[in-house]
Design a protein around this ligand. Structure first.
Ligand code: FE
Length: 140
């Protein structure tokens, strides 16, 4: 993974849209069924909307029926970091971008083969880079 991108809260507020800031920096959740990548099948790479870190490939995306884009695995094991989340009276595993710590979503153990995992990710936390197009990281 590239060097981490750790910015102040004020800096993130300047760089992100209000909805991106709410989800990525304040651990928000977009409403189910409305995310822009819900039905997307275009080949390519999903990168972090905040820092450009490559997170997921289109080939690992599947229809979960949950209302959020879902993947069976991250692009590489170190693309994301996982954290215990006990908010809202639930025990869940939060998934963050490993480069900028931006909140992406959660991972659940009820996914399809081959991993049996379901990475349930907010559309607003990602951008789609079409297959063959260059991926450029956001820098400080
Ligand atoms: Fe990031």
């Amino acid at each position: 993974m590239a060097d981490r991108l750790l910015l102040s809260d004020d800096e993130w507020k300047k760089r992100l849209s209000p909805e991106e800031y709410r989800v990525l920096r304040q651990h928000g959740t977009e409403s189910p069924g409305v995310g822009c990548f819900l039905g997307t099948k275009d080949p390519g790479t999903y990168v972090c909307a905040a820092c450009g870190n490559p997170l997921f490939k289109s080939g690992e995306k599947f229809e979960s029926g949950t209302g959020w884009p879902s993947f069976t695995s991250p692009l590489t094991p170190d693309a994301v970091s996982e954290h215990h989340d006990r908010s809202y009276g639930m025990v869940r595993t939060e998934v963050r971008c490993a480069r900028c710590d931006g909140h992406l979503g959660h991972v659940f153990p009820d996914g399809p083969p081959p991993t049996g995992l379901r990475y349930c990710i907010n559309s607003v936390s990602m951008k789609h880079v079409p297959e063959g197009a260059p991926i450029s990281l956001v820098t400080a």
